[in-house]
Design a protein around this ligand. Sequence first.
Ligand SMILES: Nc1ncnc2c1ncn2[C@@H]1O[C@H](COP(=O)(O)OP(=O)(O)O)[C@@H](O)[C@H]1O
Ligand SMILES: [Mg+2]
Length: 255
Amino acid sequence: MPFSPDIPPMTARTEHRGEVLPLVARALGLWRDGRTLLDNVDLRVEVGPLTVIMGPNGAGKSLLLRLLAGLIAPDAGSVTWAGRAPDRVRIKRLGFVFQAPVLLRRSVADNLRYALRAAGIPKAEWHERTASALAEVGLDRLADAPARVLSGGEQQKLALARALAPGPEVLLMDEPTANLDPTATAAIEDRVGRARDAGTTIVFVTHDLGQAKRLAGRVVFLHRGRVTEDAPAARFFDAPASEPAAAFIEGRLLP
Ligand SMILES: Nc1ncnc2c1ncn2[C@@H]1O[C@H](COP(=O)(O)OP(=O)(O)O)[C@@H](O)[C@H]1O
Ligand SMILES: [Mg+2]
């Protein structure tokens, strides 16, 4: 890891589950320039509630998500997908959405087709999948528009539609609404909720308490590279068991 780009087209098997899950991180450690960025992080993601990874800026949320995605390798510990190390075939079964959408300078529909091809979806399915993915986020009328003319909110809806179109087993999102206004944020959250209800396993990074309350079934709280708490959302918000989480929820400054 990371993977080389010479990926041959594969036949996608979107009906298959259990190629990535359970996604298990064991005793992850990450160091850079003498600093400990992640320290002994354990995390297990299975089919089930939407997992929110929450914590203040700099806690290590994005790094942890990149490790789970197999995009970077840990200095200690391991990440496994369904019991095996991440690989460049099964990475196609993951969807990613980042804070700043990374789009092709082509049409909206081309962005989707590109993702479907990369995921190995048969060409016969592209038209149907493109149409329904765009309709799900209300972008169907913009299918032929250049992606670069979309508003920030529309671009992120497209990024989400693109991540979901191949039917990923797991969707990983890193602060996808941090740059968006409340209306666009609600639209993204709505689509994420429907993906969850349809059986997509989702790991969602946010530092936004309100958003975590709206979406989370489970909260993993990260502080200074350590998981201080991993709890069902209701319990986490009612009675956080760790001081850093309690301080964060109450809006106190963390040390
Ligand atoms: N490639 C890197 N080299 C050195 N430090 C890094 C690198 N990437 C991130 N960091 C540091 O690791 C810490 C955690 O980063 P990050 O995971 O982006 O935090 P979060 O997403 O929780 O805000 C930060 O202090 C950041 O500066
Ligand atoms: Mg981050």
